[in-house]
Write a protein that binds this ligand. Structure first.
Ligand code: MG
Length: 296
C-alpha cells in the first residue's frame, strides 16, 4: 500500500514514491516537539509523559534531558540555541551554549502562564509561543493547577517584553510563519472536553502583528497540532491519519499516511528535505521532494 494519498496531482511531485515512511524509534508514551540540529546531525524531541527530551541520530537514541519539566514544543533561535516550551515549569526557556537555562517567559500581567505548547522564532529574533491549558489540566503531562490566564498566543520581543498578540482562539497549539512572514498560521485544537471547533487559522501580518484572523483549513481526520511550512509556502500539518499537505489557498494537496496519530513534525536532514514525524509512541521520517523553510 502506498504511504501517500494524492488529492491534488501536484502533490505527486512533492513526494518520492520509492521513499518509505520509516519508523526510526518507538517506545514513547506521547512524542512531540521535534527540532533538527543539522550541525550535530541529530533530532531532539519530547516524550512528555515520561518527562524527558530524547536525542535521535543515525547512531541511535539517547536521553538528552531528564527530568525535562515536561517539555513539549521546541525550536532554535536565530543563533541556533534550543528554545523549549515547558508544561511543568509553565515557561519558555533557552538552553545556552554552556548548558545553562535562561527563562524567556513564565508569566503575563503578574499571573503564571498555563503550559506553553509550541514556539517559533521570527527573523527579527522575537519568540512567538502558544499557551493552551493542556499541561495543567491533569498530572499526566505536567502538574494539575488552576488556569489563571486565557489560552493565548504571545510574542516576546528581543528586549524581553511579553505581549499577548492573539487572544481570540479557543486553544492555540502549533504555529508557523509563511516563508516571507506575511502570514502566521495557528492551529486551534479547542478546549479539552468541549465542542470547540478545531481548525487552522491564518492571520495577515500587519506592522509586525497578526490581524484579520480567519479559518484557513479544517483537518478531515483528527486535528492539527504541530504545523510547518515548506520553502514554497505549503503548510504541512499533523493529523490523526498522518501528515496533511495544504496549499497556500487552503486546499488539501495530499497526505502522508502514518500508522499512529501524528502530533508534531519538522523538516531536517542534509537538505531540509526529510520530514521528521512524532506520532504517539514512535518517531518516523520520510524523504520528500520538498524543502522546509529555512529556520533559523
Ligand atoms: Mg502541540
Amino acid at each position: 500500500m502506498s504511504c501517500f494519498d494524492v488529492h491534488d496531482p501536484v502533490f505527486a511531485t512533492y513526494v518520492l514514491h520509492n521513499a518509505p515512511v520509516k519508523r526510526l524509534a518507538t517506545g514513547f508514551d506521547w512524542a512531540e516537539g521535534p527540532v533538527w540540529f543539522g550541525d550535530q546531525g541529530c533530532l531532539l524531541f519530547s516524550d512528555i509523559p515520561n518527562n524527558r527530551i530524547l536525542r535521535w541520530s543515525e547512531e541511535g537514541l539517547t536521553t538528552f534531558r531528564q527530568p525535562a519539566n515536561y517539555s513539549n514544543g521546541h525550536t532554535r533561535d536565530r543563533q541556533g540555541r534550543l528554545i523549549s516550551c515547558e508544561h511543568g515549569g509553565r515557561r519558555v526557556t533557552r538552553t545556552e551554549w554552556d548548558g545553562t537555562i535562561t527563562v524567556i517567559a513564565d508569566g503575563y500581567q503578574d499571573k503564571p502562564l498555563n503550559s506553553p505548547n509550541d514556539v517559533v522564532v521570527a527573523s527579527d529574533g522575537a519568540i512567538w509561543f502558544t499557551d493552551p491549558h493542556y499541561g495543567i489540566m491533569t498530572d499526566y503531562e505536567g502538574f494539575k493547577a488552576p488556569q489563571e490566564l486565557p489560552c493565548q498566543v504571545y510574542r516576546v520581543d528581543p528586549s524581553g517584553t511579553v505581549e499577548a498578540v492573539i487572544t481570540d482562539t479557543a486553544c492555540p497549539n502549533g504555529l508557523a510563519f509563511s516563508p516571507d512572514e506575511s502570514r502566521l498560521y495557528v492551529a486551534d485544537t479547542g478546549r479539552m472536553f468541549s465542542a470547540d471547533p478545531q481548525h487552522i487559522k491564518v492571520f495577515d501580518m500587519l506592522g509586525g502583528r497578526p490581524t484579520n484572523g480567519r479559518v484557513f483549513h479544517k483537518i478531515d481526520r483528527g486535528c492539527a497540532d504541530g504545523i510547518r511550512v515548506d520553502s514554497d509556502g505549503n503548510l504541512w500539518s499533523s493529523a490523526a491519519d498522518g501528515v496533511h499537505c495544504i496549499a497556500p489557498d487552503g486546499h488539501l494537496m495530499g497526505k502522508i499516511l502514518v500508522p499512529e496519530t501524528v502530533s508534531n513534525i519538522c523538516f531536517g536532514g542534509r537538505a531540509r528535505h526529510r520530514l521528521f514525524i512524532t506520532a504517539t509512541t514512535s518517531l518516523y521520517s520520510v524523504i520528500l521532494n520538498r524543502k522546509g523553510v529555512q529556520i533559523p
